[in-house]
Design a protein around this ligand. Structure first.
Ligand SMILES: NC(=O)c1ccc[n+]([C@@H]2O[C@H](COP(=O)([O-])OP(=O)(O)OC[C@H]3O[C@@H](n4cnc5c(N)ncnc54)[C@H](O)[C@@H]3O)[C@@H](O)[C@H]2O)c1
Length: 376
């Protein structure tokens, strides 16, 4: 059965959702709205795009900023008088929360108490205690609380997940996942602690969520250094190091003061290495043919010679294109409705979001105290 969604907060993200849901094409439409570049548009239009008009309908929006409501009215969307009007509307099944992070908890709880399901933007809350409060109300009311960890459906991540799961570089022993920009923290609420700002909560939540989704192992230890290069109040980036129980290590990095970007993914396996250079998913896999390389000669490296670090030639390695990943860009929207209808398992759960938030809290502690945080 189709579900009607009201959007709370019609800024950057809320307006994107409004267009996506009202058009029925879902995320695919964002290619037209935000990107004129065909190659970027291709990143948003996956091989499968569920027609979400069969599942979701836009009931309307509400924003405290009259200018945003005026924008919504211009698009022909119904604009509610206030949040209460959404909660009172018996035709609304789902409240989609797209307000600044510090507001999510109270707004989500109010929605569930009013009998609505909730799709909540990431980070669902700025800390684990607030999410636990939401989870208690979800349990009490029987309503679905759905964390919108949409970057599990990024093409670059899906490619890396395939490399990891299909062992295209053999058993993986190290992963680097990195996002580097050069514009500092946006000059809005994201730069203020009281609103749940900072890059750990903004981008860190995506990077951690994807890694925990991909690697089915316990984290044994974590070390993190937050950076404050362009903002004193909130972290404008971080470097985090995670060690999983098998010994697999993951380095996560978010930076906002980088004018040359390193590859977004680097995956090291026992039989090869994969690199994804950018969001256009340019990159390659190099696989070992044989460890045998008796004739290798030393190379000049700086002021000395090295045989250990000499690059391999094509006799001992093969180079491959990155695999393609087949997935439905609209799976999160679609799964929300199927979960509500009881026909599918929830793909992104509160428990998963809670694990991410707890690890982020350990990362904050690690950075503040300069320690490695261990887990049993
Ligand atoms: N999943 C993603 O990829 C992604 C990307 C961007 C933002 N987000 C998340 O979406 C949320 C919103 O971010 P954004 O970039 O759209 O911010 P934004 O500042 O562009 O929009 C937030 C909107 O909420 C409105 N608002 C504030 N208080 C309100 C209230 N009490 N009631 C109704 N409206 C209120 C503001 O007026 C503003 O229009 C954040 O949680 C953010 O982390 C997610």
């Amino acid at each position: 059965m189709k579900k009607r969604v009201a959007i709370l907060g019609c800024g950057g993200m809320g307006s994107g959702h409004a267009i996506a849901i009202a058009s029925g094409t879902g995320i695919a439409v964002w290619g037209d709205v935000f990107q004129k570049d065909e190659s970027l548009k291709a990143m948003l239009t996956g091989p499968i795009d569920t027609d979400i008009s069969k599942k979701l309908e836009l009931a309307g929006v509400y924003d405290i900023d009259p200018a945003r409501n005026a924008w919504a009215a211009e698009q022909g969307y119904f604009v509610y008088a206030d949040y209460d009007a959404i909660l009172q509307d018996p035709m609304v099944d789902v409240v989609l929360i797209a307000t600044p992070n510090h507001l999510h908890k109270d707004q989500a709880i109010a929605a569930m108490r009013a009998g609505k399901h909730v799709l909540c933007e990431k980070p669902v809350t700025p800390n684990s205690a607030e999410l636990e409060a939401i989870m208690a109300v979800a349990a009490e009311t029987g309503k679905i609380f759905y964390p919108r960890q949409n970057r599990r459906w990024d093409r670059d991540f899906r490619i890396v997940k395939k490399i990891y799961e299909d062992q295209l570089v053999g058993p993986v022993f190290a992963v680097e996942s990195r996002i580097q920009g050069s514009r500092g923290i946006p000059g809005d609420w994201r730069g203020k602690k009281e609103f749940g700002g900072g890059m750990m909560l903004d981008w860190g939540v995506h990077l951690l969520d994807r890694i925990l989704f991909m690697i089915p192992e316990k984290v044994k230890k974590i070390f993190c250094d937050l950076t404050y290069i362009t903002n004193d109040e909130c972290d404008d980036g971080f470097k985090m190091h995670l060690t999983f129980e098998s010994g697999l290590t993951v380095s996560l990095e978010v930076g906002t003061c980088h004018f040359i970007s390193l590859p977004i993914w680097y995956v090291a396996g026992k039989d090869g290495t994969a690199v994804v250079n950018n969001w256009q998913c340019e990159g390659k896999i190099v696989r070992l043919k044989s460890w045998e390389d008796k004739d290798a000669l030393p190379i000049l490296a700086g002021a000395g010679l090295t045989k250990t670090m000499a690059p391999r030639d094509q006799d001992s390695t093969n180079e491959y294109e990155l695999p393609e990943a087949v997935f439905d860009n609209n799976e999160l929207y679609s799964n929300l409705v199927d979960t509500i209808n009881g026909t599918a398992e929830q793909l992104v759960t509160s428990e998963e979001a809670l694990r991410v938030l707890k690890l982020m809290e350990a990362a904050f502690e690690s950075s503040e105290k300069g320690i490695v945080v261990h887990f049993e």
